[in-house]
Unconditional design. Structure first.
Lengths: 314, 273
């Protein structure tokens, strides 16, 4: 059966329509990318609650703060590269420092933006966002999880949430009946000597890698850590205790992302197996089709599987 | 409008600014002092504020975008009675609610955490949009420095306010002509000020920022459906003769002795008056 594909940004647009109906306090702001970020549907249906701020990401974040102060629940959207890079100080000082309940729903994250190239491929956004005190960082693996995350984000009153969304359609990986809970990882499959921890589009790639490893007689368990902050530290500790190898896989720089977050959490753990960190190594992206880029940067199932096999053989 | 009361409150604020910064040993007196009349006018006449509850939902909102002028904000909150005058002496101390730059999560009455310049007008816009969407009559006031206008985000926000016709918003520019490195005209020219705002779709009025009657005139400009900016000509360090128009007093604390002498001088002039 062919799995139904949905980009997480499309699921975001779908969730906004739900919120538009159920939550009159939800407002949406965009910076001239509403067709791409998928806020356009909300804009068409609820024009009085949609604010296009134009190509002005700093102003976008600040305006969202003001709407939060007035008692609204703002969703601020643009591409991840602009939300976290262009407007970093606004996200730090206007959004996060005063703990305003703004949801930054950033799309087109990672290499899979594709042909737009390195200037538009955000491979450092998880790092930039998770170091901000009080900022939650969520990365959905599929449309279902993205939809649930957006609804969950709308209920967070304690401070901001960063949701990292992708451009490319992805298959469903969440189990039937899955419910996203911040700070809770989703274990996909039986416990095994190799734990492959992934987020975003790399969850599906990791599941495929696990099947390839299985063919070689290497048993692995894939874990979707979609809530990078708060992090499921108790699950990580138990995984570390029972695994021979921990692998993290992300469509992000190795520095500062999911792998770093896991390594930080496990650093003081006595029973700590080796940790293979798979991601982008200290270089920018470039133009290319998404699948070509994943291959060029070593993020295909085949490459993930071979690196795991090599590491185990060392 | 009781200008005698407003004058007294402005003088009280100046005394508290001097004392609190002297006690802290650091802070920004120049751009705090230049705002004393504007803050007195806003807090004791123009803005609708509750007598005792700084978080009253029906209040107007005053956002100090030039957050380094925190001492005048704390002085206004003290003059208003929201905090004690004694608490202003905790400015910049460990554990104080009076952070070096305003922190809304620490001190009720601070409408927005500010300090990284250029960000307050965007926030004021969002508040004005939100209040309007809720059908509330409340007004939003955003106070900016003239040097702050060098920040690009101010002009992003200026464009937004005009586009969304935020008539419940008034920006105030503390036009004292100085910034840390010297005269604004020498560091990077911000003029022509009124022309710039007008070209961004704002209504402008230029007033003498230390005159209550002129502030009244400015704030009561007949609105034409655009956001209004009150460009207030002020003197940096106003009221403390050796600080007036001296850029060096942007971010330098007076000594305790200077603060004491100043308080004494105010007392004498009040008696004489």
């Amino acid at each position: 059966m062919q799995a139904k594909l949905e980009a997480t940004r499309d699921a975001y647009g779908r969730a906004l329509l739900t919120l538009g109906e159920t939550r009159p306090d939800v407002v949406v702001l965009d910076a001239d990318l509403s067709k791409s970020t998928k806020t356009a549907g909300f804009a068409a249906k609820y024009p009085e609650r949609f604010f296009n701020i134009g190509i002005a990401e700093a102003d976008l974040m600040g305006t969202a703060c003001g709407l939060a102060l007035a008692g609204f629940k703002p969703f601020a959207s643009t591409f991840a590269i602009f939300a976290t890079g262009r407007a970093y100080d606004q996200v730090r000082n206007s959004v996060t420092y005063p703990r305003l309940p703004v949801v930054i729903a950033a799309t087109h994250a990672g290499l899979t933006v594709g042909p737009d190239g390195g200037s538009h491929q955000s491979i450092e956004d998880i790092a930039l966002m998770r170091v901000l005190p009080g900022m939650q960082v969520w990365v959905p693996a599929d449309g279902e999880e993205a939809y649930q995350m957006i609804l969950a984000a709308a209920t967070v009153e304690s401070g901001p949430v960063y949701v990292r969304l992708g451009r490319q359609p992805v298959p469903r990986v969440s189990p039937e009946g899955y419910a996203f809970v911040p700070g809770t990882a989703c274990v996909l499959g039986e416990a095994a000597p190799v734990a492959i921890i992934a987020c975003g589009v790399m969850v599906d790639a990791s599941l495929q890698a696990a099947r390839l490893l299985q063919e070689q007689g290497i048993r692995s368990q894939v874990i979707n850590i979609s809530s990078i902050k708060p992090l499921d530290k108790s699950l990580l500790a138990s995984v570390a205790g029972r695994s021979e190898l921990i692998v993290t896989v992300e469509e992000h720089l190795v520095a500062g992302g999911l792998g770093s977050a896991c390594a930080e959490a496990l650093a003081a753990n006595k029973a700590r197996p080796p940790h293979l960190m798979i991601g982008v190594d200290d270089r920018f992206g470039q133009s290319g089709e998404p699948q070509e880029l994943l291959a060029a940067y070593g993020l295909t199932p085949e490459r993930i599987a071979s690196r795991i096999a090599q590491t185990l053989a060392q | 409008m009781n200008t005698i009361l407003l004058r007294e409150k402005a003088q009280l604020m100046r005394k508290l600014i001097m004392q609190s910064i002297a006690e802290a040993g650091s802070g920004h007196p120049g751009g705090s002092l230049s705002l004393a009349e504007i803050m007195s006018y806003l807090y004791f006449f123009q803005a609708k504020l509750h007598e005792t509850d700084p978080l009253c939902p029906e209040r107007d909102r005053i956002i100090l975008s030039k957050g380094h002028a925190a001492p005048v904000l704390y002085a206004a909150l003290a003059a208003k009675g929201y905090i004690s005058e004694a608490e202003t002496l905790t400015l910049r101390k460990l554990g104080s609610r009076l952070q070096g730059h305003p922190d809304m999560r620490k001190l009720p009455g601070v409408e927005m955490s500010t300090g990284s310049l250029g960000q307050g007008l965007s926030v004021a816009n969002g508040l004005a949009m939100g209040l309007r969407l809720q059908g509330k009559p409340n007004k939003v006031y955003a106070i900016l420095g003239d040097g702050e206008l060098q920040e690009g985000q101010v002009w992003e926000a200026a464009m937004t306010a005009a586009h969304y016709k935020l008539t419940n918003l008034t920006a105030i520019v503390d036009y004292n002509g100085l910034q840390i490195d010297g005269h604004t005209s020498a560091v990077k020219r911000v003029e022509p000020l009124a022309d710039k705002w007008q070209s961004f779709g704002w209504q402008t009025v230029t007033v003498e920022g230390h005159s209550f009657t002129d502030l009244y005139r400015g704030f009561h400009t007949e609105r034409d459906g655009s956001p209004l900016v009150v460009i207030a000509r002020t003197v940096k360090g106003k009221g403390v003769d050796y600080m007036e128009n001296v850029a060096d007093w942007h971010g330098k604390a007076p000594s305790r002795e200077q603060a004491r002498q100043y308080a004494e001088m105010l007392g004498v002039s009040k008696d004489a008056g």
